[in-house]
Design a binder for this molecule. Structure first.
Ligand code: F6P
Length: 341
């Protein structure tokens, strides 16, 4: 068989582990040929690719980023994109494409699958917001990075008796905020699923100081917003792809809390550091399993699906189901994370 693989959307620790696993399983165990498209769907649309053999994937298991490059280009964004993709699949004699990506990539995968292309998806995102898989690889690494940062920030916050508002990634969901906040013992966790009440947040942080504590750490997901009309808030604009461009919730919160509490407050934005670097062992294993099972699905002709983790098993789930909704933080999980001050 001839299989094409690509990585699309924001990068994520573990992408190289999937690519390596696909190549090992396909080439060594099945005698397939694998090619890798450069820069996501763009590579398929422009027929820009390279052959992936064992040498090409040697030593990449622990490497962050993606050796193939990534972009946010989607076939549907370009006139004739779907037809062009179909033409190149035929021209290259591909039996399957394995796109590795998040929400946007999986939507594009579904579109191409509905157009008749042989697709087996692999979900990825540090945000952990893909429905129908218990976990996505990259999340464990991102939570580890954010937790380490929070641990470090606690000591400087304490030295200066400050409130630190730490912004973590999470456009639509607060999984990284929830888990890193719990792991580091943050004093408040703010997630997009639950618009924050500035009065309440001020009360929570203020109470901590009234109890004689010298500092406070607030973790906030980048997509969090206040309850409408309760605080002046700049929501930011759109980027060139029409996605929300955030205006810095941590910065806005730090200004507001400093004024309301009369305590020094600083904003810390962790940003892309959460996406870089080597994946944790957990993420390497999950990514490797996803790659292995994607190749098996290709050989079974099980197209229009993606790999997913259910409990401890890897299963195949229809792409149509996977892109229906996002996996948000349930109220009960949020309630568990409410810390004792
Ligand atoms: O989807 C993962 C994610 O890390 C989001 O949390 C974040 O908003 C986004 O990617 C930012 O990606 P970029 O700056 O690369 O467009």
């Amino acid at each position: 068989m001839r299989i094409g693989v690509l990585t699309s959307g924001g990068d994520c620790p573990g992408l190289n582990a999937v690519i390596r696993s696909v190549v090992h399983r396909a080439v060594v165990d099945h005698g397939d040929e694998v090619i890798g498209f450069h820069d996501g769907w763009k590579g398929l649309l422009e027929c820009d690719y390279r052959k992936l053999d064992l040498d090409a994937v040697s030593g990449i298991l622990a490497r962050g980023g993606t050796i193939l490059g990534s972009s946010r280009v989607q076939p549907a964004h370009l006139r004739g994109g779907v037809e062009r993709a179909r033409g190149h699949v035929a021209e290259l004699g591909l039996d399957a494409i394995i796109p590795i990506g998040g929400e946007g990539t999986l939507k594009a995968a579904r579109l191409l699958s509905d157009a008749g292309l042989p697709i087996v998806g692999v979900p990825k995102t540090i945000d952990n917001d893909i429905a129908v898989t218990d976990v996505t690889f990259g999340f464990d690494t991102a939570v580890g990075v954010a937790t380490e940062a929070l641990d470090r920030l606690k000591t400087t916050a304490e030295s200066h008796q400050r409130v630190l508002i730490v912004e973590v990634m999470g456009r639509h969901t607060g999984w990284i905020a929830l888990h890193s906040g719990m792991a580091a013992g943050a004093h408040a966790i703010v997630v997009p699923e639950r618009p924050f009440d500035i009065e309440e947040l001020t009360r929570v942080v203020g109470e901590r100081f009234s109890m004689g504590k010298k500092f406070a750490i607030v973790v906030v997901a980048e997509g969090a917003k206040p309850v409408e009309g309760t605080m002046k808030f700049d929501v930011g604009g759109k980027d060139i792809y029409g996605h929300e461009r955030f205006a810095g919730v941590a910065q806005q919160l730090s200004i507001e809390l400093e004024q309301r509490l009369g305590k020094e407050a600083r904003a810390v934005i962790l940003g892309h550091v959460q996406r870089g670097g080597t994946p944790t062992a957990y993420d390497r294993v999950l990514a490797t399993r996803f790659g292995w099972h994607a190749v098996e699905a290709v050989h079974r002709g099980e197209f229009g699906k993606m790999t997913a983790l259910h409990g401890t098993e890897i299963v195949m789930v229809p792409l149509a189901e996977a892109v229906e909704t996002l996996k948000t933080v349930p109220e009960a999980r949020y309630a568990e994370a409410q810390t004792v001050l």
